[in-house]
Design a protein around this ligand. Structure first.
Ligand code: MTE
Length: 401
């Protein structure tokens, strides 16, 4: 059920991660993984290193519309599994007429496409839930992310719809589950990271919203941190649905029972069974945005200052950023920002703005609206796990005279 198809005995822990899939990863694979790890470590701020959870400095993040892989955030719940691509097999089962097992080469021969899409963690901006706004509620635990768990990359891979077509989905199918090959200790068991999406999304066979079994990121083979050799990319959905180190797909009449669908990644006030049961899994990401330069608490000269940042329309098909507004006087007046970079479905939008600050300005505010009618609200209610923080972005600054 919740368990990964790999048993504990077939997984050996190494200094760099786990060896999975019944055999040692070949030597060149290991060298490749170490090289990739070293490179990425240089450019992210690691909030934890075991497992690896890092985000880029915001000023670096918005230098380009397409996020270089070394600046792309990493969010993992366990050490990277080390997977031998030659022995790799993906199982597809459940409500299908023909359960199948596919090698990496067989997957790559199925209809594929390349798409650029933004991934963002549901915990992006989580640390703000521990700010002064929420004084009388418990501290939100988990990785204390700032606004950097977002990135926009080009992904190439096989259409999930093509894999499902080959397996022949039967009547009654409503959800598609994904299971990762990582080994996460949870309540005395070891589970893989699981995701789940509705069948209507899974069956999209064209367009930028179609989910992909991805093997290539920004034109290069996936790095271990980002799910080598195969991961899901589900455009428009929170990052948790884009399962890395994909090992199994199950078609079902219900959402996955995996912990990361049935319990985590829900909006709850209390972490108790009734609260989990009463709330549904999060799928789409909401509209969001951040001011990325200047950095928080920077000294700026009073007068006109230049700002840059990102804004993400909600993960609805066709939704685009409509208005991007900055205030230097606590919301009394607003200046419109200019959208820069490309404007594509399921992708963030970069922006720039020039606003006037005086020596008393303490904070700059950002809000945005999108073409689907979604907006960043002034305040949002607290939730126990610190997800989907998308209220007005507030940047503290230190103006000099
Ligand atoms: N898949 C597996 N197998 N294990 C994980 O820990 N983390 C998820 C998702 N897929 C995760 C996973 C979460 S919460 C996010 S936000 C994205 O991967 C992050 O993808 P990235 O590390 O490539 O940026």
């Amino acid at each position: 059920m919740n368990r990964s198809p790999i048993t504990r005995r077939t997984v050996l822990q190494t200094a760099g991660g786990f060896l999975v899939a019944g055999g040692l990863a070949h030597a060149s694979g290991l060298a490749f993984q170490d090289a990739a790890r070293g490179k990425i470590q240089k450019d992210l701020i690691f909030r934890t290193t075991e497992p690896r959870n890092g985000e880029p400095e915001l000023a670096k993040l918005v230098k380009s519309w397409q996020t270089p892989t070394e600046l792309f955030y990493v969010r993992s719940h366990a050490p990277n599994p080390v997977i031998d691509p030659k022995q790799f097999q993906l199982k597809v089962e459940g409500l299908v007429r023909r359960p199948i097992t596919l090698s990496l080469d067989e997957i790559k021969q199925l209809p594929s496409m390349s798409t650029t899409a933004t991934l963002t963690c549901a915990g992006n901006r989580r640390s703000e839930y521990n700010g002064p706004e929420y004084e009388n509620v418990p501290k939100v635990g988990g990785v204390q992310w700032e606004g950097g768990t977002i990135g926009n990359a080009t992904w190439a891979g096989t259409l999930l719809a093509a894999v499902l077509k080959q397996a022949e989905v039967t009547e009654g199918a409503k959800h598609v589950w994904f299971e990762g090959l990582d080994q996460i200790p949870k309540n005395g068991a070891v589970i893989g990271f699981g995701g789940s999406i509705p069948i209507e999304k899974a069956m999209l066979a064209e367009g930028p919203g179609a989910p992909l079994l991805t093997h290539t990121m920004n034109g290069a083979v996936l790095t271990p941190d980002h799910g080598y050799p195969l991961r899901m990319v589900v455009p428009g959905y929170i990052g948790a649905r884009s399962v890395k180190w994909l090992g199994k797909i199950v078609v079902s009449d219900r959402p996955s029972p995996n912990h990361y669908v049935s319990t985590a990644y829900k909006i709850v006030k209390k972490t108790e069974a009734l609260d989990w049961s009463e709330s549904g899994p999060i799928y789409r990401f909401p509209i969001n945005g951040a001011i990325c330069t200047p950095l928080s608490n920077s000294n700026v000269a009073a007068g006109e200052i230049d700002l840059t940042g990102y804004a993400l329309p909600s993960g609805r098909s066709g939704s685009k950023i409509k208005d991007l507004l900055i205030s230097a006087d606590d919301g009394r007046t607003w200046t419109r920002g200019e959208l820069t970079g490309k404007n594509m479905d399921f992708c963030w939008q970069l922006w720039k703005a020039r606003v006037k600050v005086n020596s008393n300005t303490k904070e700059l505010l950002l809000r945005a609206t999108d073409s689907a009618g979604d907006f960043m609200p002034a305040r949002i209610p607290w939730n126990a796990k610190g997800y989907l923080r998308n209220s007005w972005y507030r940047l503290p600054i230190l103006p000099t005279k």
